[in-house]
Design a binder for this molecule. Structure first.
Ligand code: PAF
Length: 298
C-alpha cells in the first residue's frame, strides 16, 4: 500500500494504473475509520481493481461553531486498517494541497442541499460538494463509494456528478450498525457510557417506524408519531422527517413512493444522524409482498 500526500504524486501513481486498464474505486473519508468505512472499501474491492481511500478532514464543510478542531484523528491506525483491508493507495493531502492560497471556487449544490441537515448546517453541502468534486478530479475514479448514513450527502453527490458531467458512478453502501443498532460514526467516540446508551433511541425510533411501515402503515403522521415516542429521551431533536427519496422533500401521505425516515439529534453535545429507507412492497397479482431491499440492515 502507498501513502501519498500530493496531487502530483497521486496522478503519477494512478496514471500507471489507468494505462493498465484497471478500474479505480475511491472511498472518500475524513479518517478515524470504522467498520462503516471498511464496508465501503470492501464494496470498492469487489467492483474495482484498485481502491484509493482519501483521508482529509475538510474544513469547508464545518460551520464556525462545529467540531473541526476536535474531529477525531488517528492517522497511523487508519493507515493500518487500510493496509489490512487491501487498500492500494491512501491519499492524505494537507489543507494547502487541497485548498491552495487564494482559493475561491466552490461547487454550489441546489435544492437537494436545502432541507434536513442543509437547513441546520448552512454551507455544509457546499463544502462537501466542493471537496468531493476536487477529490473526483484528483483521483479520477471510475466509481466512488459513500455510506447511506449520510443519505443527503449521497443525494447531493450523485446529483453533482450528473450535473457536472463527471464520468463517475456514485454507489451508496448500506449503513453499518453496532450490534445494538447504533449507526457507526466517527463521532460516536464523543459519547460517554450514558450518552452511548441514550443514543440508541435514534435507531430504535427508526426501526419502530420501519416496523409499522412493514406492517402496512402508510400514513406519514402515524409513522412519525410512532418513531417520536422513542425520541423523548434525546437531548435535542433537530429534525425527524419522512421524505421522498428523490426530492428529499416531505413525503406525501399516504406513502406511495420510496421514502426515507431521516433524523438528526443531539445526545449531550454530540450531533448524530441516521436514516432508514422505506421500500414499497412489490405488487404480486394484487397481493402485497414486502421487498426487503434497503431494510436488510434492520
Ligand atoms: O462523509 C464524509 O466523511 C465527508 O463528508 C466526505 C465525503 C469525505 C467529504 O469530506
Amino acid at each position: 500500500m502507498q501513502t501519498i500526500t500530493t496531487v502530483a504524486e497521486l496522478r503519477r501513481a494512478l496514471a500507471k494504473v489507468r494505462r493498465a486498464g484497471k478500474r479505480i474505486g475511491l472511498v472518500p473519508t475524513m479518517g478515524y475509520l470504522h467498520d462503516g468505512h471498511l464496508a465501503l472499501v470492501e464494496a470498492s474491492r469487489a467492483q474495482c481493481d484498485v481502491t484509493v481511500v482519501s483521508i482529509f478532514v475538510n474544513p469547508t464543510q464545518f460551520g464556525p461553531t462545529e467540531d473541526l478542531s476536535t474531529y477525531p484523528r488517528d492517522f497511523l491506525r487508519d493507515e493500518k486498517l487500510c493496509r489490512d483491508a487491501g487498500v492500494a493507495v491512501v491519499f492524505a493531502p494537507d489543507v494547502q494541497e487541497v485548498y491552495p492560497a487564494q482559493f475561491q471556487t466552490f461547487v454550489e449544490p441546489g435544492e437537494l442541499a436545502k432541507p434536513l441537515c442543509g437547513a441546520f448546517r448552512p454551507g455544509h453541502f457546499r463544502g462537501v460538494a466542493t471537496v468531493v468534486c476536487k477529490l473526483f478530479n484528483m483521483v479520477q475514479p471510475d466509481v466512488a463509494f459513500f455510506g447511506q448514513k449520510d443519505f443527503q450527502q449521497c443525494a447531493v453527490v450523485r446529483r453533482m456528478a450528473i450535473d457536472l458531467n463527471l464520468p463517475i458512478e456514485v454507489v451508496t453502501v448500506p449503513t453499518v450498525r453496532e450490534s445494538d443498532g447504533l449507526a457507526m460514526s466517527s463521532r460516536n467516540r464523543y459519547l460517554d457510557d450514558e450518552e452511548r446508551r441514550g443514543a440508541l433511541a435514534i435507531s430504535r425510533a427508526l426501526f419502530a417506524a420501519a416496523d409499522e411501515f412493514r406492517s402496512g402503515e402508510r400514513e406519514v403522521e402515524k409513522l412519525i408519531s410512532v418513531a417520536k415516542q422513542h425520541l423523548q429521551t434525546v437531548d435535542r431533536l433537530q429534525y425527524f422527517e419522512l421524505i421522498d427519496c428523490d426530492t428529499l422533500k416531505p413525503a406525501e401521505s399516504p406513502v406511495r413512493r420510496s421514502a426515507a425516515l431521516c433524523v438528526a439529534a443531539y445526545i449531550g453535545s454530540t450531533r448524530l444522524i441516521d436514516n432508514v429507507i422505506l421500500v414499497l412492497p412489490i405488487q404480486h397479482h394484487g397481493s402485497e409482498a414486502m421487498d426487503d431491499a434497503g431494510l436488510s440492515h434492520l
